[in-house]
Ligand binder design. Structure first.
Ligand code: HEC
Length: 217
């Protein structure tokens, strides 16, 4: 064999190994994974997301929320040694979920938004922690209303301010003094804001899967 064919064979073998390692093994491990059907109720888990929440997910992607937020509850402490898995912080102790998230939790998502950086809290179960539209709208309009000193940017461009005519809208945000619109005006969510909030409310892990015990602590 001359040098060129050695190099080409080497490159092909490297590509084949990477493909086998990354694509084939993942496919063998996870390719047959399906949603879990509860035998008694016939419901399937994770539950499908409503259409409006799926639209909200697009907004979440467009606005880059994933740059600061993860969606993965990581493994809890080892029961015997009480040690955290290497490099992981205690997500369950922080109240970010009652169990770790597993591959099946993401099975209905075409795009999985695991994230890599946590400037803000993990959002995998945020729809269970903060479960009202009002809370999320206020927080998106100005995060400092709910969390004084928050460094999360304001998404007030998802809201429109309009003059209150004779009948104020029941959908207007209830904003505290100092944050609200000037007298005679009200702040209303746009359809994008509504969809984003529905997506945030759909982020829950309040079901069990056979491969992971409900409570890991
Ligand atoms: C620059 C980083 C950054 C970006 C970008 C960001 N956030 Fe945040 N987020 C934070 C920080 C920091 C907190 C914690 C303080 C707070 O509650 O405001 C937070 C908190 C939150 C919370 C409350 C979580 C809890 O456990 O109470 C939600 C919900 C949230 N963010 C949603 C979003 C959404 C939706 C977007 C995109 C539209 C977004 N964030 C973009 C930094 C960010």
């Amino acid at each position: 064999m001359n040098k060129l064919s050695v190099i080409i064979t080497g490159i092909l073998v490297t590509i084949a190994f990477s493909w086998a390692g990354l694509v084939l093994t993942s496919h063998v491990q996870l390719g047959a994974l399906e949603h879990h059907v509860d035998e008694l109720s016939g419901d399937s888990f994770p539950p499908p997301r409503a259409g409006i929440a799926r639209r909200g997910k697009k907004t979440y992607q467009e606005l880059g929320c994933v740059a600061c937020h993860t969606q993965q509850v990581r493994r809890p402490r080892d029961e015997e040694t009480w040690r955290l898995p290497y490099g992981y912080a205690g997500d369950i102790e922080r109240g970010w979920g009652e169990r770790q998230s597993v591959a099946r939790d993401y099975i209905r998502d075409e795009v999985v938004l695991l994230g890599t950086r946590r400037v803000g809290p993990d959002l995998m179960t945020v729809g269970g922690r903060e479960d009202t539209r009002e809370w999320h709208h206020r927080h998106l309009y100005d995060p400092r209303i709910n969390t004084p000193g928050s460094t999360m940017p304001s998404y007030s461009f998802l809201y429109k301010t309009r003059a209150v005519d004779d009948d104020p809208s029941p959908r207007a945000l209830d904003l505290p003094e100092g944050f609200g619109a000037p007298a005679g005006y009200e702040v209303l969510p746009t359809p994008r804001a509504d969809a984003l909030v529905q997506y945030l409310l759909s982020l829950r892990m309040d079901y069990e899967l056979p491969e992971v015990p409900a409570e890991n602590e």
